[in-house]
Design a protein around this ligand. Structure first.
Ligand code: SF4
Length: 143
C-alpha cells in the first residue's frame, strides 16, 4: 500500500469560469482505478489532494514546501504532480526540486494522460514532454 498525495494547478482548479473549473476529474479517475500514472502501484491510498497554492513568484518555494510538508505530515509517501502541472507549469522543475530537497519526499510527474487516460510519451531524457513537443510527437504518430 502506497500513500499518495496529488498537487495540481491552482489556476486550473480555481478557474473563474465555472464550466472550465477542474475538480480533479482526470486525477481522481486514474487514481481510483489504478490507471495511467498509478498503474505501477499494487495498491494505493489517496491521502490528500491540494493545489500548488497559486503561482509562486520567481524562485519562491515557501507555498509548495508548506503544502508538501502538510501532505507528508498526513502520511503521504509519494506526491504526484498532476498532469496540468507536469504538462504546462513553468514552475514544475522548481516544485520538484523543493519537494525533493526541502520536504524530503518522493515526487512523480503526471497523474492521467490524454483523453483516453493512457500514459503520454516521454522525451529522450525520460521526462514528460512540454505541450508543444507533445503535440508535435502525437501529430507525427498520427500521420
Ligand atoms: S504555479 Fe503552475 S501549477 Fe501553480 S497556478 Fe501557476 S501555472 Fe498553475
Amino acid at each position: 500500500m502506497t500513500k499518495i498525495g496529488i498537487i495540481r494547478c491552482q489556476e486550473s482548479a480555481m478557474s473563474p469560469d465555472m464550466k472550465r473549473r477542474c475538480a480533479g476529474w482526470g486525477c481522481l479517475a486514474a487514481a481510483s482505478k489504478g490507471l495511467a500514472y498509478f498503474d505501477e502501484y499494487d495498491e494505493i491510498e489517496l491521502v490528500g489532494i491540494d493545489t500548488c497554492g497559486g503561482c509562486p513568484g520567481k524562485g519562491n518555494t515557501k507555498k509548495i514546501v508548506d503544502i508538501g510538508q502538510n501532505l507528508k505530515d498526513h502520511g503521504v509517501e509519494v506526491i504526484h504532480l498532476s498532469s496540468c502541472i507536469s504538462g504546462f507549469c513553468p514552475n514544475r522543475n522548481l516544485f520538484i526540486k523543493a519537494l525533493t530537497n526541502d520536504v524530503g519526499i518522493d515526487v512523480k510527474e503526471r497523474t492521467h494522460g490524454g483523453p483516453d487516460g493512457k500514459r503520454l510519451p516521454l522525451g529522450p531524457d525520460g521526462k514528460p514532454l512540454m505541450p508543444e513537443e507533445l503535440f508535435a510527437k502525437l501529430k507525427t504518430k498520427d500521420s
